[in-house]
Design a protein around this ligand. Structure first.
Ligand code: HEC
Length: 113
């Protein structure tokens, strides 16, 4: 193999890496960035009756979102909690799409004051 063909091989590999990182840049915001306005509407319809308009729950002992409680975890973990539910917390799998849950998560993070 001479020097020219080595360069070609190297160039192809580099292009592959650039393509891959480009795809990741596009994919991350699509999954994570929610719309807080849509999230607020969904929250008022689906969550407010238990978690309160300010994020302070009417149930005793439940995380107070207005104080940032329960929100010190990654978005994908919150998504899973909301999908699965627990005890009195209903599961939203099949009721809300993942994108809608992401919107709500963005809204939850804005309830903190
Ligand atoms: C029927 C009442 C009810 C509704 C409706 C409800 N929740 Fe909950 N939620 C609860 C209760 C009760 C808990 C505490 C569950 C436990 O830990 O046993 C909880 C827990 C949570 C937690 C976990 C907090 C922590 O301490 O880790 C999150 C996040 C959450 N709810 C978000 C939501 C969102 C978002 C919605 C609307 C899409 C929603 N909930 C709708 C009652 C409700």
């Amino acid at each position: 193999m001479n020097n020219v063909s080595l360069l070609k091989v190297g160039g192809r590999a580099l292009r592959g890496v650039l393509l891959l990182s480009g795809a990741m840049l596009i994919a991350v915001p699509q999954v994570m960035a929610g719309d807080p306005l849509k999230g607020g509407k969904i929250y008022n319809q689906q969550c407010k009756q238990c978690h309160g308009s300010s994020g302070k729950s009417t149930f005793p002992g439940v995380a107070d979102f207005s104080r940032g409680e329960g929100l010190m975890i990654a978005d994908h973990e919150l998504l899973q909690k909301i999908r699965d539910g627990r005890g009195m917390m209903p599961a939203f799998r099949g009721i809300l799409k993942d994108g809608e849950i992401s919107d709500v998560i963005t809204y939850l993070r804005k309830l903190r004051r």
